[in-house]
Design a protein around this ligand. Structure first.
Ligand code: SF4
Length: 384
């Protein structure tokens, strides 16, 4: 481990034998966390007033409470640093892609349906935490308008169900969404963006109705992708694996995406283990995201150069299947891949441009080891 500067005592729990109580109960008050010190609990409640706290009992059980820097604790338990003044609530201007409440349309062939503003648990680093704040109306409780928009835009072939986490919706609501999308001939694939496989490994295994909804949808001839969100190899428990195998058995194609997060996975050994494990259970590593400069996320930031080096070292010795991951930045102007770093420069290319002027655009910037976002690399007298 030469790039990562965080040394932690962690052990891979891939397929671990630990027995978990099968429960989908959640905890939403910091004071109910039995393992926090009383004064710690009081302070962190102040943070949770700003950015809500919620965790599944199952996920809390994965935390090593004896380690104050446990990565899974950092992922889910409020931290004072979240109150540091940094970033904005909509760091890549999703507002400009919002066509109506519940629909974002940034790339011609892909639409996002924001179907819920709930999640099984709330990641502290969430770039959409604005959805969980009072007064936000970006999610539509009524999908009719979203379906009508997609129906009227025949160029849309892919629909990403997101939010929030679509797998937290009641099954009957998911059924309605899948049935409606299944009827649209021009929609060829639906992507289910979800961290439920990491937070609640019994969501699919315990719900036969959901299993048959997925089967029925796949019988329409369309493809269903699970865009899973595992950040750390310790999230890949035997329970999680069992659920992923069921998704695969039903015919769902699985990939994984996650951001690089300081103190959670900014370590080549951890990322390497994550990609190896995911790949071995049929989940293709898809994107590693540069963290967006979102309010509350200062404690998770990793500069671009360091992130690139960590990923490069992580995948060096992995098989071709495990190293399919791309290091990308979801910028307001499109998805940009970080292709390389040398002594003087950072090399990037538009992977999914928002504007046609950027199609295939290759960019070379002077190397700045402190930069964490594209805008910091652009000379002040030019525009992106
Ligand atoms: S599961 Fe996804 S949407 Fe929900 S809090 Fe985590 S990152 Fe945000």
């Amino acid at each position: 481990m030469s790039v990562g500067n965080t040394v932690r005592a962690w052990r891979p729990l891939i397929g671990q034998e630990k027995a978990f109580i099968k429960t989908n109960k959640t905890v939403s008050r910091v004071s109910d966390l039995a393992n926090l010190l009383p004064n710690e609990s009081h302070t962190l409640e102040q943070v949770a007033k700003q950015y809500k706290f919620q965790a599944t009992e199952y996920y809390l059980d994965l935390i090593n409470w004896n380690d104050p820097n446990d990565p899974l604790k950092r992922l889910i338990v409020p931290h004072l640093e979240e109150l540091d003044d940094w970033g904005t609530l909509d760091a890549c201007d999703e507002a400009s892609n919002t066509q109506l409440n519940g629909v974002q349309h940034k790339y011609p062939d892909t639409a996002l349906m924001l179907v819920t503003n709930t999640c099984a648990a709330l990641c502290r680093y969430c770039f959409r935490k604005r959805l969980f704040l009072d007064g936000n109306h970006e999610v539509s409780p009524n999908i009719a308008g979203s379906i009508e928009y997609i129906s009227n835009h025949k160029e849309i072939t892919d629909v990403l169900l997101t939010g929030g986490d679509p797998l937290t919706l009641p099954t009957r609501k998911l059924e309605k969404i899948f049935v409606e999308l299944g009827r649209l001939d021009h929609v060829k694939a639906v992507r289910l963006g979800s961290k439920v496989p990491a937070f609640d490994p019994w969501r699919l295994t315990e719900d036969k109705r959901l299993q048959s909804i997925i089967t029925d949808f796949l019988h329409t001839g369309k493809t269903l992708y699970l865009i899973a969100h595992f950040d750390h190899p310790r999230e890949i428990t035997q329970e999680a694996i069992t659920q992923l195998r069921l998704f695969r058995k039903l015919g769902v194609v699985m990939v994984n995406q996650c951001p690089i997060l300081r103190g959670i996975n900014d370590d080549p050994d951890i990322l390497s283990e994550l990609y190896k494990s995911l790949s071995s259970i049929g989940v293709a590593p898809y994107y590693l995201f540069q963290g967006r400069p979102t309010k509350g996320n200062a404690m998770f930031r990793v500069p671009i150069v360091r992130g690139y080096k960590i990923l490069t070292e992580a995948v060096n010795d992995l098989s071709g299947l495990a190293k399919r991951v791309r290091f990308v930045m979801s910028h307001a102007t499109g998805k940009i891949e970080v292709l390389g770093v040398d002594n003087s420069h950072i090399y990037m290319k538009y992977h999914r441009p928002k504007y046609s002027r950027d199609k295939g655009r290759f960019m070379i910037f002077n190397r700045d080891d402190k930069a964490y976002w594209l805008d910091q690399l652009i000379p002040s007298d030019s525009t992106v």
